[in-house]
Each structure stands twice: as structure tokens, then as C-alpha cells.
Design a protein around this ligand. Structure first.
Ligand code: ATP
Length: 254
């Protein structure tokens, strides 16, 4: 049991995906330890979503190995899928279902799940339980997607741009939830375009460009190693500075 707890939640080695002439992901390796949040940062088209979709079992890698919770995704797919939670970048749910119906539907997909009422309460959606998804705000709808991702009590969560388009308050409430999930010992793999989000949530950051990891470390390490003296004399460095230095692009406009 102790050995299982110490094993990384996720180990990926040499992930590669080719679309025609384009190598969207080019030999990416990464580890997510238990209770750790890793953020993948990169400009538009860098290969973040393709990487995450391979790890979620949605896209088949051309090469590479994925081990989740000690099991191979390729050979123990059902075991793995029962124990991970996923918030996709774009989710199309039936908009005429209510919040309660949607979460109950997701509960039915798993051999073991939490009570939909408990998860709805955790996401502070009780007063919206009978509301159809089409009548929710963007932030409320995102909380429904998170409820669906949490319904199987997952040990590892994949959050692909979970706060894109949300107002600062809704974003902060999702940050608080992610921080709680980490405290519970769950592991999180996050992609984001918001530097502040990565600085607040991530224990380690991987910067991806052209399908490869071009830098890896804690936010503080990356800022120190990449910006060094340049920004220190003027002001405190940020992940935004790291990103600009390494990719030549601004995070905000990709
Ligand atoms: P963004 O930040 O814009 O979401 P990303 O880093 O997540 O970008 P991906 O969505 O992984 O990038 O895309 C990487 C590259 O692979 C892009 O050039 C994209 O056009 C291409 N790509 C992704 N999926 C497919 C597909 N199914 N068929 C062909 N090309 C694809």
C-alpha cells in the first residue's frame, strides 16, 4: 500500500503523435507525482491538448508509453479510465439536461461513483440542481463539468484550460477547488494560458513548443534560470517573462 502511494500518479515516456506532415507531439516525457499539480504551458498549437488527450486515452499515440496509477493505459485501459477525471477544453453536453440529470448520467458511467448530491453540493451548485445547462452562466457550467470529472472520486485529474473565458471571481473559485483537491492527495495535470494560474496552482511547470518540452521546473526555478539578472534589476520576474524568453511569443496572444 505504501509503495502504491509513493508511485507516481502518471508516468509518460516518449509520447509522439504525427498528423500528416506535422509532428504535433515529438517525444514528450513527463511525470506527475501523487498530490502534485503539473501545468503544461505553450503557445497555440504547441501540442498541449494532443499530449493531454493521449494521456486521457482519447488519442492513440504513435509511440511512447503511459503508466497511470501503476498500470499501463494501453493494456489496463478500463482500470485507468475508472480512476481518472477529465475536463476537456471543449465539452458538448446535452444542454436541456438539468445539472442533477447531467451529474447522475456521469455517475452511471462508472462502476463506483460518489453520490451526485454530494458532488453537486461540493461544487456549490445545489440551488442550480434543477436548472437546465443552457440556462447556466459560463462559470456555473464549468463547475458542472468539474462535478462530472469528480463523480468517480478520481485520483488523477486532467484539466484542459479549465478557466478560459471565466471572470476573475469564477476563476478564483476553481483555483480554490483545485488547491483543495491537491490537499486531498489527488494529482492534477493542467493546461492553461494564464500565467497567474500556473504560478498559483502548479508545483512544476512544463513549457512545450513545437511538440517538445523546452523547459521544466518549479515556477521559481524557471523564473530564476531563464530571466536571471535581466529582470531582477528592474522588477521581480514572472512566468510570463520565462515564456517570452523561451518561445519568443507572448502567452496572451499565443
Ligand atoms: P491551443 O493552446 O491552441 O489549445 P495546443 O498546444 O493544445 O494549442 P494542439 O491542439 O495539441 O495544440 O495541436 C497541436 C498541433 O496539432 C496543431 O498544429 C494542430 O493543428 C494539430 N492537430 C491537432 N489535432 C489534429 C488532428 N486531429 N488532425 C490534424 N492536426 C491536428
Amino acid at each position: 500500500m505504501a509503495a502504491a502511494a509513493e508511485r507516481p500518479a502518471l508516468l509518460a515516456h516518449g509520447l509522439t503523435k504525427q498528423y500528416g506532415e506535422l509532428r504535433a507531439v515529438d517525444g514528450i516525457s513527463l511525470t506527475v507525482n501523487r498530490g502534485e499539480c503539473i501545468a503544461l504551458l505553450g503557445p497555440n498549437g504547441a501540442g498541449k491538448t494532443t499530449t493531454v488527450e493521449m494521456l486521457e486515452g482519447l488519442v492513440r499515440p504513435d509511440a511512447g508509453e503511459i503508466t497511470i496509477l501503476g498500470r499501463s493505459l494501453a493494456t489496463d485501459r478500463q482500470f485507468v479510465l475508472e480512476r481518472i477525471g477529465v475536463v476537456l477544453q471543449e465539452t458538448t453536453l446535452y444542454k436541456r439536461y438539468t445539472v442533477a440529470e447531467t451529474v447522475a448520467l456521469f455517475a452511471s458511467f462508472y462502476a463506483q461513483s460518489l453520490s451526485p448530491e454530494v458532488v453537486i453540493k461540493r461544487l456549490q451548485l445545489e440551488d442550480k440542481a434543477s436548472t437546465q445547462l443552457r440556462n447556466l452562466s459560463g462559470g456555473q457550467r464549468q463547475r458542472v463539468y468539474l462535478a462530472c470529472a469528480l463523480i468517480n472520486d478520481p485520483e488523477l485529474l486532467f484539466l484542459d484550460e479549465p478557466t478560459t473565458g471565466l471572470d476573475p471571481q469564477a476563476r478564483r473559485s476553481i483555483w480554490e477547488l483545485v488547491a483543495e483537491l491537491k490537499k486531498e492527495g489527488r494529482s492534477v495535470l493542467l493546461t492553461t494560458h494564464y500565467m497567474e494560474e500556473a504560478e498559483v496552482l502548479a508545483d512544476r511547470v512544463l513549457i512545450i513548443d513545437h511538440g517538445k518540452v523546452i523547459a521544466e521546473g518549479t515556477p521559481q526555478q524557471l523564473i530564476r534560470d531563464t530571466c536571471g539578472e535581466m529582470v531582477k534589476q528592474v522588477r521581480q520576474g514572472t512566468l510570463e517573462d520565462v515564456f517570452l524568453q523561451l518561445t519568443g511569443r507572448s502567452m496572451r496572444n499565443g
